[in-house]
Design a protein around this ligand. Structure first.
Ligand code: BJ8
Length: 424
């Protein structure tokens, strides 16, 4: 990596903390990703993006800023990238997948807060996230209580916070509220940029994001093959990079990788041996660089064939209908598309259970591992009904509850190994 010290200084990063983070990440990446055998050649692009995630990509974002674009950071798949692009801005997902500055964090937040929330506080307090520092605006959404209440504190830690309210049901009233929230978001973007979103720019924004989702869908479908042509770790990595990379370039690279994977499927070549146990992961999002559970699962010889997660199929499925010929009609389409996201903060949320069953069949999974972050009430509570419903279909389920620490690695490995033995 080139020397980006000056850029990091200008962004206000703490060099010692940041170097320590990069060092740890680099080592983890080497041992988890680069140690895999039989990786497709197309993964080299994604390895490169990761190696430059705090370097070249941040430099690109700063160049975009110099050219007049605003950078919009967010923590949730409910923030419509279509609108951000239509306003001439760039969307980035903010890192929330590793522990950092935990002592400082626990002076601010209760200990029994989920790791994802603690993580973005730690990245801010430790001054190690260039995406957070480069953002012209950070959007926080009212989803779970943890995020909603923590944003009341977080909003004073950043100069540019915008809060988006979200419904928790899918009634006509809730839909109306979501559309109004998205309209307010448009107004905020227009106020920031001094430009109005036009029919043409919104159609273009929708087309760009739909193309990205189609490419990710293509990647997902290829994993239905037996043997699966790509490891779950690599597929997760691509889904994580979807939140950081330039969307047009990312789409091209995912499609190029899919061309290669199609050939591998034809030749019956897989990331693991044929008939490796096939696992579907379902639950909390695995924000970058959270690779803990997938690394444990695939170290047993099993292969992960899908992620029912916001960093995965829950976040990326469903295209936005672009057929309306006026702005209000497109806002309706965007509202309808986003209201289909079956996050566990919604009640009732039968769609999510149905989707897990559908994915198990589609990807030919031998079992489902439900991943809940400790203290995440929505997903942990929902895991009970997920397990009951899947058992009715004779689908084996393992419910895991963990955090970002490494302390429970031994215990988790034992439980995962035993589960993989059962589903073999
Ligand atoms: S749409 S899943 S990205 S809210 S893990 S912070 S739920 S206590 S992240 Fe999410 Fe949007 Fe929903 Fe998806 Fe709270 Fe649970 Fe923590 Fe969570």
């Amino acid at each position: 990596m080139a020397d980006y010290t000056q850029m990091w200084t200008e962004l206000g990063l703490n060099h010692d903390n940041h170097n320590a983070l990069l060092d740890n990440l680099g080592k983890a990446y080497q041992s988890i990703f680069m140690a895999q055998e039989k990786r497709p050649e197309g993964m080299s692009y994604f390895d490169f993006v990761m190696s430059e995630a705090h370097g070249l990509r941040i430099q690109e974002l700063r160049e975009e800023q110099e050219a007049g674009r605003k950078i919009i950071g967010s923590f949730c798949v409910f923030v419509p990238e279509e609108l951000v692009l239509a306003a001439g801005c760039t969307a980035v997902g903010l890192c929330a997948g590793a522990d950092f500055a935990q002592e400082e964090v626990e002076k601010v937040l209760p200990r029994n807060t989920c790791s994802l929330i603690k993580s973005f506080f730690g990245f801010k307090l430790g001054k190690v996230c260039p995406y957070m520092e480069v953002s012209d605006m950070i959007v926080g959404e009212n989803t779970c209580d943890g995020k909603k209440k923590s944003f009341e504190i977080f909003k004073d830690m950043v100069p540019n916070f915008y809060q988006m309210d979200l419904p928790q049901t899918k009634t006509p009233m809730a839909r109306h509220m979501l559309k109004q929230e998205f309209k307010s978001f448009v107004e905020k973007l227009e106020e920031m940029t001094g430009k109005s979103i036009s029919l043409e720019s919104l159609k273009q924004g929708i087309a760009t994001v739909n193309a990205k989702r189609q490419a990710l869908r293509r990647l997902s479908m290829l994993r239905a093959a037996d043997p699966a042509p790509i490891s779950g770790l690599d597929a997760l990595l691509i889904n994580q990079i979807a939140f950081l990379d330039n969307p047009i370039r990312f789409t091209e690279k995912v499609n190029a990788l899919c061309d290669e994977l199609e050939l591998l499927v034809k030749e019956n070549k897989g990331a693991k041996t044929a008939k490796a146990p096939r696992v579907l992961i379902s639950g909390c999002p695995m924000a970058i660089p959270n690779w803990k559970i997938p690394a444990i699962i695939e170290s047993t010889g099993a292969v992960i064939v899908g992620e029912e997660s916001c960093i995965g199929e829950r976040g990326q499925r469903n295209l936005t209908d672009d057929s309306a010929d006026n702005l209000d009609g497109l806002m309706d389409s965007i509202t309808d598309r986003y209201l289909k996201i079956d996050c566990a903060v919604f009640t009732p949320n039968q769609e999510r259970v149905n989707h897990i069953k559908e994915m198990s069949q589609q990807y030919n999974a031998d079992g489902v591992i439900h991943y809940g972050l400790q203290f995440c009430q929505p997903y942990i509570m929902e895991s009970y009904s997920v397990e009951k419903e899947l058992e009715k279909q004779n689908i084996s389920v393992l419910r895991l509850e963990t955090d970002y620490s490494q302390e429970d690695m031994g215990q988790l490995s034992t439980r995962v190994e035993a589960f993989v033995e059962i589903i073999k």
